[in-house]
Design a protein around this ligand. Structure first.
Ligand code: NAP
Length: 307
C-alpha cells in the first residue's frame, strides 16, 4: 500500500511529494498531462521567493528532479475515482485511473490544479489549433510576423502579450474592463511596446474565418459598438476552472467546483487532503501551491502515524 498517493504533479503535488519523502514516507504522483501543471507554460517566473528569475519549464523540471531524486514516483495516469476501502483507517483508499488501473493508498492528496477556462463562443472548439490557442509559449512561434489577439486581463494574458510581442507583427490585448487584474509592473512594460494595442471594456463576441481564424469581432461594453479586428491568432487567457467532479463522492465541492478546505488542507474525509489551486482559497499563486503541498504532505504523514 502506498503511503501517500498524490493526484497531480504540478507545483502543489510535487511539493507534497518532496515533503512526504523527506518525512520518511513514500509518495506516488498520478499525472494526466505533464509535470509542472499550468506553470510549465509560463515564460517567466520572477515572483517566487529566493529565485530571482526562471521559466515555468525550468522550474517544473527542477521540482520534478527534486521530488524523484528523493524517491517519489510519477506515473502518467488520470485518476478518475477515489473510494474508501472498508470502515477502518488501515484499509485506506482505492484510486482508479482512466485506464482501469487501481492504486491502494493509505492517504490521498488531491492536487489537480485547474484547467483553462474557455470563452464559450461559437467556433471556439472548431478553431482550436487553427488560430485559437490557450498557450502562447507553446504556439506563439507559429504566429511569427502575424497579427494576433490575447483575451484576458490577468498575469497570464499580460505575460502572453509580452511574449507574443517579440514574435508577432501586432498584438491586441482584449479585456472586459479598464483595470487589469495582472501586475502593474508587466502592464507598464506592455504600454511601452509599439506593437501592442489595448482593446478595453470589450469582449470577443464572434470568431470569423473559413478553415482557420481570420478575424475576431469585439463588442465594446460601454458603447455597444461591434468592431472586426483581423487576426490570425487568438490566445485565450481568461483564467482557470477546477476539474474535481470525479471526486465529488469523497470531498465537498463549492458552487464553482473547488474542493472545500481551509489552510489545514483537510477535506471532509479523514485521510484525503487537498493542495493548491483546486481547493477553495483567495490567492492562487505558485507560492501558495507549494505551501499547500507542504501542509497537506505533513498532515498526511501525521495521519498515517497517529495511534
Ligand atoms: P486570472 O488572474 O483569474 O485572470 C483572468 C482574467 O480573465 C481576468 O482579467 C478576468 O477578467 C478575465 N476573464 C475571466 N473570465 C472571462 C470571460 N468569460 N470573458 C472575458 N474575460 C474573462 O487568471 P490568470 O491570468 O490565468 O492567472 C491565474 C493565477 O496565476 C493568478 O493568481 C496569477 O497571478 C497567477 N499567475 C502568475 C504568474 C507569474 O507569477 N509569473 C503568471 C501567470 C499567472 P476580470 O479581471 O474582469 O475578472
Amino acid at each position: 500500500m502506498i503511503d501517500v498517493l498524490i493526484i497531480g504533479a504540478g507545483p502543489a503535488g510535487l511539493s507534497a511529494a518532496i515533503y512526504v519523502e523527506r518525512s520518511g514516507k513514500h509518495a506516488v504522483c498520478l499525472e494526466s498531462l505533464t509535470v509542472g501543471g499550468q506553470i510549465v507554460n509560463t515564460p517567466e517566473i520572477s515572483n517566487y521567493p529566493g529565485i530571482k528569475q526562471t521559466s515555468g519549464f525550468e522550474f517544473s523540471m527542477a521540482l520534478y528532479e527534486q521530488a524523484t531524486e528523493l524517491g517519489a514516483e510519477v506515473n502518467y495516469e488520470k485518476a478518475v475515482k477515489i473510494e474508501k476501502v472498508g470502515e477502518d483507517k488501515a484499509s485506506g483508499f482505492m484510486v482508479t485511473t482512466e485506464s482501469g488501473k487501481t492504486y491502494a493508498a493509505q492517504t490521498v492528496i488531491i492536487a489537480t490544479g485547474a484547467k483553462n477556462r474557455h470563452l464559450g463562443i461559437d467556433k471556439e472548439e472548431v478553431f482550436t489549433g487553427k488560430g485559437i490557442s490557450y498557450c502562447a509559449t507553446c504556439d506563439g512561434a507559429f504566429f511569427k510576423k502575424k497579427d494576433v489577439a490575447v483575451a484576458g486581463g490577468g498575469n497570464t494574458a499580460l505575460e502572453d502579450a509580452l511574449f507574443l510581442s517579440n514574435y508577432c507583427n501586432k498584438v491586441y490585448v482584449i479585456h472586459r474592463r479598464q483595470e487589469f487584474r495582472g501586475e502593474p509592473q508587466i502592464l507598464n512594460v506592455l504600454k511601452e511596446k509599439e506593437n501592442i494595442s489595448f482593446v478595453l471594456d470589450s469582449t470577443v463576441e464572434e470568431l470569423k474565418g473559413e478553415s482557420s481564424l481570420e478575424a475576431v469581432v469585439v463588442k465594446n461594453k460601454v458603447s455597444g459598438e461591434l468592431t472586426e479586428i483581423p487576426v490570425q491568432g487568438l490566445f485565450i487567457a481568461i483564467g482557470q476552472e477546477p476539474d474535481n467532479a470525479d471526486f465529488a463522492n469523497e470531498v465537498q465541492l463549492d458552487e464553482k467546483g473547488y474542493i472545500a478546505a481551509d489552510e489545514s488542507c483537510y477535506t471532509k474525509t479523514p485521510g484525503i487532503f487537498v493542495a493548491g489551486d483546486c481547493r477553495t482559497k483567495l490567492v492562487r499563486q505558485l507560492t501558495t501551491a507549494a505551501s499547500d503541498g507542504a501542509v497537506a504532505a505533513l498532515a498526511a504523514c501525521a495521519y498515517i502515524m497517529e495511534d
